[in-house]
Design a protein around this ligand. Structure first.
Ligand SMILES: NC(=O)C1=CN([C@@H]2O[C@H](COP(=O)(O)OP(=O)(O)OC[C@H]3O[C@@H](n4cnc5c(N)ncnc54)[C@H](O)[C@@H]3O)[C@@H](O)[C@H]2O)C=CC1
Ligand SMILES: O=C(O)CCC(=O)C(=O)O
Length: 387
């Protein structure tokens, strides 16, 4: 029986997928696996029992990935599972930025007791007029699951789309409409686009990427959309550019004191993935990944350990080992097994950066003694009998 804990509410259609061999616990310390959305785990103590974290979503900047890896805790996310939800909000953001739709709605509400509201509206409406997005240049920074969907949808809305992503995956490149211009220098996006939207993960390399200098390069009257993470943008510089009339509107999904209430900033309260469909997709995907890991030891869509998959174990036993990516580990593991007279039927070893993962299937049942010996090899972070 495995136990899981939810740090945020997780869609029941996902949790139902756990089945009878799983029990939800309110006690984080008891959990074999944790499910999380945006809860900040960075300062949390990680219980010794915890084997895996399932991020029901894309961004993992709320999770201490290296600390997890060092404790042999495998962290998963659910690539693309909420990308359509975010894409739709970005499209809404572009439309809301193009005309003063929000101002118009607020004006009508302010006239709710005025019997002449209809007549007055015809006079007042010109102050809320704007322009169309069709024919405008859209620059997209980051062409992953969300960026590629925004790109394709925007071309269907008649926009001229420019995409920048030096690390684009082959799949994402295949999925992009041929009409999208491939940009090699992000400054070309800053200099030429009417709308700029950012869809990159928050990392040390992307923090503050939309810098004061980047904003200065942008066209007068540009609309900037940020549905990725607030700290990707130098928001103090953004507010100055809004006040100076350089940036027409800043659309963001992240409320904070720097931008809240600032004129021409339209903020949604982190709603990108808050659709029934996205929440369900993420929950189902995260639970599937966790089950496959807990029951079979397989790793798919991890963000701190390598992908590693040996399917369902058909041998007598399977052990898995999270360890440092250093020489001589396999020799030490196989030596311990051969000393115990164990015959290996299958073995896979994969590495990712400083960490590695080894799966070993065996002809005889693994003993606690063997696992204790393997766990004591220097560089081993966690050894587990899966079967
Ligand atoms: N507002 C919301 O509710 C949501 C926000 N997000 C945010 O959006 C981000 C992106 O999500 P996905 O598209 O699903 O992730 P993804 O991993 O599919 O795509 C990210 C893309 O950014 C590219 N990239 C990385 N560094 C770059 C750089 N310096 N310049 C240009 N491109 C770069 C990568 O190559 C990749 O193609 C997430 O990391 C998260 O922070 C994601 C989902 C929901
Ligand atoms: O779960 C959420 O609502 C947040 C979604 C998000 O920001 C992400 O997936 O990166």
């Amino acid at each position: 029986m495995f136990q899981y804990h939810c740090l945020n509410p997780i869609a029941s259609v996902g949790l139902d997928g756990f089945g009878d061999n799983y029990r939800q616990t309110d006690d984080f310390k008891e959990a074999d696996a944790v499910l999380v959305r945006s809860a900040k785990m960075l300062d949390m103590e990680l219980p010794g029992k915890l084997l895996a974290v399932g991020r029901a979503g894309a961004g993992v900047n709320n999770i201490p990935l290296d600390r997890c890896a060092d404790q042999g805790i495998v962290v998963f996310n659910t690539p693309g599972a909420n990308s359509n939800g975010v894409k739709e909000l970005v499209l809404a953001g572009m439309l809301l930025a193009s005309r003063d739709i929000v101002g118009g709605i607020e004006w009508v509400n302010s006239q709710k007791d005025n019997p002449d509201v209809g007549k007055l509206a015809e006079k007042q409406k010109k102050q809320f007029a704007g322009s169309e997005i069709s024919g405008k240049k859209l620059g997209i920074i980051g062409l992953g699951a969300i960026g590629q969907k925004v790109a394709n949808a925007a071309t269907h809305l008649g926009m001229d789309v420019y995409g920048y992503d030096p690390f684009i995956s082959v799949d994402a490149a295949w999925n992009l409409s041929r009409t999208i211009h491939h940009i090699q220098d992000v400054n070309d996006i800053y200099r030429n686009c009417d709308f700029i939207t950012i869809h990159v993960p928050l990392t040390d390399g992307t923090r503050g990427m939309i810098s004061r200098e980047a904003i200065q390069m942008m066209k007068d009257g540009v609309v900037v959309l940020n549905y990725a993470r607030d700290v990707l943008v130098d928001e103090e510089a953004m507010v100055e550019a809004l006040n100076a009339g350089k940036v027409k509107r800043y659309m963001t999904d992240f409320a904070n004191p720097t931008v809240a209430g600032v004129k021409n900033v339209i903020i949604t309260p982190h709603l990108g993935a808050s659709t029934r469909e996205s929440e369900d997709n993420c929950a189902v995907a995260a639970v599937k990944e966790l089950k496959n890991f807990l029951e079979n030891g397989n790793i798919k869509n991890s963000v701190n350990y390598p992908a590693c998959d040996m399917g369902v174990c058909t041998s007598a036993s399977r052990i898995t080992i999270c360890h440092k990516n250093v020489p001589d580990m396999i020799r030490q593991f196989t030596r311990i097994l051969s000393d115990a007279g164990v015959n290996i039927t299958d073995l896979t070893n994969k590495s990712r950066g400083s960490y590695a993962y080894t799966m070993i299937d065996m002809e005889t049942r693994a003993s606690e003694q063997i696992i204790t010996k393997i766990a004591s090899v220097e560089g081993v972070l966690r050894a587990r009998i899966v079967k």
